[in-house]
Design a protein around this ligand. Structure first.
Ligand code: NAP
Length: 455
């Protein structure tokens, strides 16, 4: 809600038209309950225009600004103060209003640290291989040096750029060994435990087949990898990692957490993990990397409630049962009574065939409870998107389905025995169909929705 107390936040850069920052900040502001309201807008500022832009922003009472290309370093002389790590990096991306001007931070670095923690892989005492030596690698290597890694290897196509970055990092992180070289030298790592952060722009959409390293041995020797590119959702680098059996994640969480860190600084608040991930869900949608999702599970497992949460975040939900009722003009109970179960199952298969291969960014199918029973349907469901089995125990299902008269398979009383029977028939097929299983007994629908979309 915009009112007389609303704070203005924004982004300065050139160009700014394609930025995803407003999506994250405005979502955080929308869903942040109990705080002051804020609105986030992009401001195009040409090269050479930062001094005037900062003066104007301060005069207008603008609370905070993000800074992007080409101003991340150019803005530094005009700040009231600068955070020590941002100073060492030589670039800022976040300006917070101080008494007489703005204070600069680098939340690309702190956001990367938070993303790495969310990925959950240990870095302490390990060697880090950083691919690339551009602006983003700068923030990444300084962040890594503060996380207890034993050594940092910076590889780059242009070795001089890697050497220059290694020299400035060595100055700052005196107890971390830093090396630099070209990709021809990566085999020097193979005798130690190392993880990889991919910081080049190779593999970024639309050139999605690119990967800066070709050597299969590299992936076989690495512990795990993070690609800071986030589009496509699964980059070629990640595919190569996963093909070698190594965990890999993309850069969307870094993008999210640099914004969350900036928002916390702008507003002097703390954003809970649930709120951050809700903003992350909107971000996936707006970045065009929200791969289709299929919710499977027994009746009462929460598919509808979870779908409703996803709908609120902007996802397009198709409920298979409701769609069949709409198309046939009959309730499921009536289809069962007049045409029999087989006719209903045929309708389900027909619907899945229509959807297979056509589902896009942000699509969610809430599957019928019995859909995965047919083998043909299991394959179709898996083709439509990431299948998530919402698993619930008998007592949870009984509690949720008590008094429900819309389910033909539950007609005639003896709810607990019927649910036990359905579960014993279907548990194995749900497991065969699922790409991911979530135990939902102790979770709210919102928590489940966010878990499905977490990175
Ligand atoms: P940059 O300053 O332009 O640096 C580009 C890097 O990619 C350099 O190391 C460059 O090597 C390398 N590179 C480009 N084309 C190459 C090729 N054909 N072969 C080998 N190396 C090549 O860009 P940046 O700001 O660091 O951004 C890099 C990537 O990170 C972008 O894709 C960006 O979208 C992504 N990023 C993500 C986040 C996030 O929050 N997830 C934040 C910032 C950036 P040379 O030095 O040899 O040219």
């Amino acid at each position: 809600m915009i009112n007389g107390k609303t704070k203005v936040l924004g982004l300065i850069g050139d160009p700014v038209e394609h930025t995803l920052s407003p999506v994250i900040h405005n979502t955080l502001s929308d869903i942040y309950e109990g705080g002051e309201s804020a609105v986030y807008v992009p401001f195009p500022v040409k090269r050479g225009g930062v001094e005037a832009a900062l003066k104007g922003a301060f005069s207008l009472g603008i609370q905070g600004l993000n800074v992007t290309v080409p101003h991340k370093s150019a803005v530094i002389p005009f700040l009231e103060d600068i955070d020590p790590m941002a100073k060492a990096i030589g670039a800022v991306n976040t300006l917070v209003r101080g008494d007489k001007g703005y204070v600069g931070y680098n939340t690309d670095a702190t956001g990367f640290i938070r993303a790495l923690k969310a990925f959950g892989k240990p870095v302490e005492g390990k060697a880090a291989a950083v691919l690339g030596a551009g602006g983003a690698s700068r923030a990444v290597v300084f962040a890594l040096s503060s996380m207890g890694v034993s050594e940092i290897y910076i590889f780059n196509r242009t070795p001089e750029r890697a050497a220059e970055l290694a020299a400035s990092l060595s100055e700052y992180a005196k107890d971390c060994r830093v090396y630099s070289g070209t990709y021809d030298e990566i085999s020097t790592l193979y005798d130690r435990e190392f993880f990889v952060v991919q910081c080049t722009s190779v593999g970024l959409a639309p050139d999605i087949e690119g990967c800066v390293i070709d050597d299969g041995e590299f992936f076989a020797n690495a512990l795990w990898g993070m690609d800071i590119v986030y589009k496509p959702a699964k980059t070629q680098f990640m595919k190569r990692m996963e093909a070698a059996g190594k965990p890999a994640c993309n850069g969307l969480s870094m993008l999210l957490y640099q914004a969350v860190d900036a928002y916390e600084k702008f507003m002097g608040t703390t954003v809970s993990e649930l709120l951050a991930l809700k903003a992350g869900a909107r971000l996936q949608l707006c970045a065009g990397v929200a791969d289709p999702i299929v919710l499977i599970g027994c009746m009462g497992s929460g598919k509808t409630s979870v779908s409703n949460c996803l709908k609120k975040l902007g996802f397009e939900v198709l409920d298979a049962d409701a769609e069949i009722e709409r198309r046939s003009g009959m309730t499921i109970n009536r289809i069962f009574e007049e045409q029999g179960e087989k006719a209903f199952r045929d309708m389900e298969t027909g619907l899945l065939k229509e959807l297979s291969g056509k589902a896009e960014n942000g699509f969610v199918l809430s599957a019928g409870g019995g859909m995965p029973v047919r083998e043909e349907n299991r394959e179709l469901l898996k083709k439509i998107g990431k299948t998530v089995y919402l698993r619930a125990g008998v007592s949870t299902l009984c509690r949720r389905l008590e008094g429900d008269t819309t389910r033909p398979l539950l007609a005639g009383g003896g709810l607990k025995a019927k649910i036990e029977g359905i579960l014993s028939d279907r548990e194995a097929v749900y497991m065969q169909t699922a790409h991911e299983v979530i135990d939902t007994d102790d979770m709210t629908a919102e928590e489940i929705a966010v878990r499905i979309l977490s990175f």
